[in-house]
Design a protein around this ligand. Structure first.
Ligand SMILES: Nc1nc2c(ncn2[C@@H]2O[C@H](COP(=O)(O)OP(=O)(O)OP(=O)(O)O)[C@@H](O)[C@H]2O)c(=O)[nH]1
Ligand SMILES: [Mg+2]
Length: 503
């Protein structure tokens, strides 16, 4: 039976499930009207039934939000507000009807709810509001519900139990409120002034160059150790040229670029031989294409980017890093796991979404990847996201059925939103050197690859391959991965790259 239900809901697009969840929350808020009506008519039994319906609806909307794997900003607001409307209106009724002394309790709840809603709206979607305060809040609402019931049905409960519930409710309310305020002030204390933000940005830029340099350490050291001791010879002879050639080939710069360079260097005059390194640098720069270096533009809303590549090249890690980068540029990011082959892939991307504080969706139970991609695009559109990053399973470019699946994912994105995916980025493993060129050709035959990302440059002495790929391919290299942590990604700039390689 449960399987039948599961299959049924799996057919429903996620955005519809989440809309149903929001509608249920709204209806719950409206149920305050019949509850008060029947309480007023002294028909406590019927009012109680409505209260039970409210409780069930609270469970139901939470469950729907969970199975759709997404909670919208709207849901984050209307779900708790619906609870509060019901609870506060019943309390207000009690205050006005008979228990005048409950007025202070009522005011306490009102102040807490109102202030938290205001804080909640301020921090919503930018940061996760304190989990502990949320939990305490839930416990307090639970106890408050019981406390209210003891006032509605006084004959069933003795006074001391009522007092305990009332105090328990007040204490947990106060604690959750204090925790909220505490966390909120911490967030405010850590938020930056524009000047501090600018300074931080400059520092980050500096760090980036340093990061690229240290990321390319291995390649750089390999060049440094192999470049001949020019000063010793004061000449550019055949031996030296051969050494240079070997060095460049070892960094996987490719025969084409290397031959060009060696030829240029052979014309270096004797008196300039001591500057071989800087000559090499400027020669490489002059050989590189510069027209293709395009900044990544997030021009559409949502801008959908599909990540593809061979197994283990770093797709998921790159998505985590880019989610962090875009969201720190104030873009509203959604990341989706359309890698449905491994259960661990879902978890892995989810962890990255938590690290980078962005929204995540996916289906942990091996749903069709194209269906996940479709839901994700629809959902990004409905939730007004700026960027959607879709992760796919790694696949060998030689497996035609897997490449067809990729084509289907690409097609289905276009069905969900015209023009999507706006970019398809192929992630290449830098440690495998120029093999990337072949992969890029094959992947481009299957899908509309629009950019390349080269990862793991920190772990290789083959950093020259990036230049070979850059020069050989029509496709622009967008980003470089230089480590396993969130900030370890830099935009590719050919000149900057050569500088870092040959300092
Ligand atoms: N040193 C280093 N490691 C990286 C980098 N990018 C990814 N990795 C590591 O490479 C391994 C594979 O990365 P994933 O992001 O899982 O690769 P994937 O392409 O998603 O893999 P599949 O989904 O299995 O195809 C992980 O151990 C990452 O930590 C990088 O720039 N530098
Ligand atoms: Mg992956």
């Amino acid at each position: 039976m449960s399987n039948v239900i599961k299959e049924k809901y799996e057919e429903i697009p996620a955005y519809k499930v989440v809309t149903a969840s929001n509608i249920i929350s709204l209806i719950r808020a409206l149920l305050a009207i019949p509850i008060i009506y029947f309480l007023n008519k002294d028909m406590g039994g019927i009012a109680f039934i409505f209260i039970v319906i409210c409780a069930i609806s609270d469970l139901l909307d939470g469950w729907l939000a969970r199975i759709s794997n997404q909670i919208t900003a709207l849901g984050k607001v209307i779900d708790p507000i619906a609870d509060k409307i019901v609870m506060n209106s019943v309390l207000l009724f009690l205050v006005l009807a008979e228990n005048g002394n409950l007025i202070y309790y009522f005011l306490l709840i009102l102040i807490r709810d109102f202030s938290i809603s205001m804080l909640g709206m301020y921090v919503i979607n930018t940061r996760k509001v304190s989990i502990h305060a949320n939990r305490l809040g839930k416990i307090s609402i639970f106890i408050t519900g019981f406390a209210i019931l003891t006032f509605l049905y006084p004959t069933y409960v003795n006074d001391s139990i009522r007092q305990i519930l009332l105090y328990g409710s007040i204490i947990s309310l106060a604690l959750s409120w204090i925790k909220y305020i505490y966390d909120f002030t911490k967030i405010i204390a850590h938020s930056e002034t524009p000047a501090a933000a600018k300074e931080k940005e400059e520092q980050q830029e500096e760090q980036k160059i340093k990061g690229l340099k240290s990321g390319l350490d291995k390649t750089e050291k390999s060049i440094a150790s192999r470049l001949p001791l020019i000063k010793k010879f004061f000449t550019v002879d055949q031996d030296i040229l051969e050494d240079v050639e070997e060095t460049l080939i070892a960094t996987d710069m490719g025969v084409e670029l290397t031959d060009h360079l060696v030829e240029k260097l052979s014309n270096v005059k004797k008196e300039n031989a001591a500057q071989l390194r800087s000559i090499l640098k400027s020669e490489i720069k002059s050989l590189l294409k510069h027209d293709q270096h395009s900044k990544t533009e997030i021009t559409n809303k949502p801008h959908v980017i599909l990540f593809v590549g061979v197994n283990g090249t770093g797709k998921t890690t790159t998505i985590g890093k880019l989610a962090h980068k875009y969201s720190s540029e104030s873009k509203d990011v959604l990341i989706a796991a359309a890698d449905t082959y491994r259960a661990a892939a879902y978890e892995q991307l989810k962890i990255w979404s938590e690290r980078s504080h962005v929204d995540f969706m996916g289906n942990p139970e091996g749903k069709d990847p194209a269906a996940v991609a479709y839901d994700a695009v629809k959902s990004a559109e409905a939730r007004n996201k700026d960027v959607l990053l879709i992760d796919t399973a790694g696949r060998l470019h030689t497996k035609s059925n897997l490449m067809q699946e990729l084509q289907k994912i690409e097609r289905v994105c276009g069905k969900a939103l015209e023009g999507a995916p706006h970019d398809v980025w192929l992630v290449l493993d830098g440690t495998t050197g120029q093999n990337g060129i072949r992969q890029a050709e094959k992947f481009s035959e299957a899908v509309n690859v629009s950019g390349l990302i080269v990862t793991k440059l920190d772990g290789t002495a083959k950093g020259g391959a990036v230049l070979a790929i850059h020069n050989k391919m029509e496709l622009p290299i967008k980003y470089l991965g230089i480590g396993e942590q969130l900030p370890d990604i830099v935009e590719f700039d050919p000149d900057e790259y050569v500088e870092a390689l040959l300092t």
